[in-house]
Design a protein around this ligand. Structure first.
Ligand SMILES: *[C@@H]1O[C@H](CO)[C@@H](O)[C@H](O)[C@H]1NC(C)=O
Ligand SMILES: *[C@@H]1O[C@H](CO)[C@@H](O)[C@H](O)[C@H]1NC(C)=O
Ligand SMILES: *[C@@H]1O[C@H](CO)[C@@H](O)[C@H](O)[C@H]1NC(C)=O
Length: 379
C-alpha cells in the first residue's frame, strides 16, 4: 500500500466501523533543543550528542539502547503524544526516509545545543538552529502537498500539535564565561527581547505554513540545574538567583508575546504558553513530596566539570564509566543539564491537564480537542 492510498483506505474503514476503528490519530511536529531532540544530532557533526549508553537505558521501544534522546527514557513530548493516542513517536527529520511518515505521526526537528538565536550553540559546532528546523518543516510540507494537495495538507496540519521547546541554550550561553558576548555584555532585557522577537517571527512563519495549534514551552529554572549549581558555585539547597531571574524575565515577555499573537490571529490559531518553570521549580523545591531522593545532582556523570555521562565498554570497565545512580526514578536530573524520565512524566502530566497557571489559555488536552478551521475554509 502506498502512502497515497492511506487516506482513502481510512475513509472506507471509517464508514464501515467508525466506533471500532477510528483512523483519526494524534500527530505532532516537535521543534526545540536537547530537551526534546529525538535523534537529529546523531546525524550531525557535533559535540552535543546522546548516542551512547547509558542514554536511553529506560527507553522501551529501543530496548534500552540510545536513540539520541538526552535522557534515560522518554521526553515530555513523547509522553504527551502517548497519552493523546499517538501510535509511535515522531521520527527525527534527519533520519533516512522520515518524510514519508509525516502524514501519520508527525516529525521531530529538534536539535541539541540549538537556540532561538542563530549564534547560540556555535561552541558545539553542528546543530539545527530554530530557523533551520522550520526550513526542514517547509521541505516536509512541500512533500505533503505533492502527495495530498494543498487543501488536505492544510487540513492535516490544522489538527496537529506544534510544540516548540527552546530558549535554554540562549540563556545558558549568555552566562557562559567564554561567550563571545562576555566582553561587551548586553543587558538581560535586550537578550530577552531578541529571543521573544526572533521566536515570534518563527511562530508566524509556521502559522503561514499551516500550523494552527501551538504549544510554546517557556524556559525552566536553569538556575537550579546541576551544571549551573557547579559552575556558579551555588551553596547547597539554593539555586542561582541571577540565572533564574533572567529566565523569569524571558518567560514573562514570552507570555505577553503569545497573548498578543492570540489576540492578533483570533480563532485562526491558538498559541498555548506552557509554564514549565513553575512546575519544575516546585518539583525541585519539594522533591521529596514528588517521590524523589535527589533534587539537585545528576544521576549520571559527575557533579563537576566536564559532567560527562558515559559508559565504558565491557563489563569490567568500571573505572572508565561515569557514575550512574542505582535508582533513576529517584533523581530529578539525569545528567547535569537534563531531567530524568521520572521528572518528565510529572511535568508532562501537568502540561496536559494543568490549570491556567500552568498552561494558558488552555491546557494541551483541551488544545488537542479544540476544533480549528483550516485556512482554505475561511474567507
Ligand atoms: C529509504 O528509501 C529508499 C528508497 O525509497 C530505500 O532504498 C532505502 O533502503 C530506505 N532506507 C531505509 C533506511 O529505510
Ligand atoms: C533577532 O536577534 C538578533 C540578535 O541575535 C537581533 O539583532 C535581531 O534584531 C532579532 N531579529 C528579530 C526579527 O527580532
Ligand atoms: C565494578 O563495580 C562493581 C560494583 O560497583 C564491583 O563489585 C566490581 O568489583 C567492580 N569491578 C572492577 C573491575 O572494578
Amino acid at each position: 500500500m502506498t502512502i497515497m492510498e492511506i487516506p482513502a483506505f481510512c475513509a472506507i474503514l471509517v464508514v464501515i466501523q467508525l466506533h471500532v476503528f477510528p483512523c483519526v490519530s494524534f500527530s505532532s511536529f516537535v521543534f526545540g533543543d536537547s530537551l526534546v531532540d529525538a535523534g537529529n544530532n546523531d546525524y550531525l557533526f557535533t559535540l552535543s550528542k546522546a548516542d551512547s549508553p547509558p542514554y536511553g537505558i529506560d527507553f522501551l521501544p529501543s530496548g534500552g539502547r540510545p536513540t539520541g534522546r538526552f535522557t534515560n527514557g522518554r521526553t515530555i513530548p513523547d509522553i504527551i503524544g502517548e497519552d493523546l493516542g499517538a501510535t509511535s513517536f515522531p521520527p527525527p527529520c534527519l533520519a533516512p526516509n522520515t518524510t514519508s511518515k509525516a502524514i501519520h505521526e508527525g516529525i521531530n526537528y529538534a536539535s541539541g545545543a540549538s537556540g532561538i538565536l542563530d549564534q547560540t550553540g556555535t561552541f558545539f559546532i553542528g546543530r539545527l538552529t530554530l530557523k533551520e528546523q522550520i526550513g526542514h518543516f517547509e521541505k516536509s510540507r512541500s512533500y505533503m502537498v505533492n502527495l495530498m494537495g494543498e487543501e488536505k495538507t492544510n487540513e492535516f496540519l490544522s489538527k496537529a500539535i506544534f510544540s516548540i521547546t527552546i530558549g535554554s541554550n540562549d540563556i545558558l550561553s549568555y552566562f557562559r564565561p567564554s561567550s563571545p558576548f562576555s566582553g561587551d555584555k548586553i543587558v538581560p532585557e535586550v537578550l530577552q527581547d531578541h529571543m521573544v522577537s526572533n521566536l515570534t517571527t518563527q511562530l508566524k512563519r509556521l502559522r503561514g505554513l499551516g500550523a494552527r495549534k501551538f504549544v510554546v514551552v517557556g524556559v525552566g529554572p536553569l538556575g537550579c540545574i546541576p551544571y549551573v549549581l557547579a559552575t556558579r558555585l551555588i551553596p547547597e539547597g539554593e539555586c542561582s538567583i541571577e540565572v533564574n531571574s533572567v529566565v523569569r524575565g524571558y518567560n514573562s515577555k514570552l507570555k505577553e508575546g503569545l497573548n498578543r499573537l492570540n489576540r492578533e490571529v483570533g480563532f485562526g490559531a491558538v498559541f498555548v504558553y506552557a509554564n514549565s518553570y513553575d512546575v519544575f521549580r516546585r518539583m525541585i523545591q519539594n522533591y521529596h513530596q514528588y517521590g524523589f531522593e535527589n533534587g539537585d545532582g545528576p544521576c549520571c556523570g559527575g557533579y563537576f566539570p566536564p559532567f560527562v555521562c558515559f559508559e565504558g565498554k565491557g563489563k569490567t570497565a568500571n573505572a572508565s564509566s561515569s557514575f550512574l545512580c542505582s535508582d533513576r526514578a529517584k533523581y530529578v536530573f539525569w545528567d547535569a543539564f537534563h531531567p530524568t524520565e521520572a521528572a518528565n512524566l510529572i511535568v508532562a502530566e501537568k502540561l496536559l491537564d494543568g490549570d491556567p497557571s500552568v498552561c494558558s489559555p488552555m491546557n494541551i488536552r483541551q488544545l488537542h480537542h479544540t476544533p480549528i478551521i483550516p485556512i482554505h475554509q475561511r474567507s
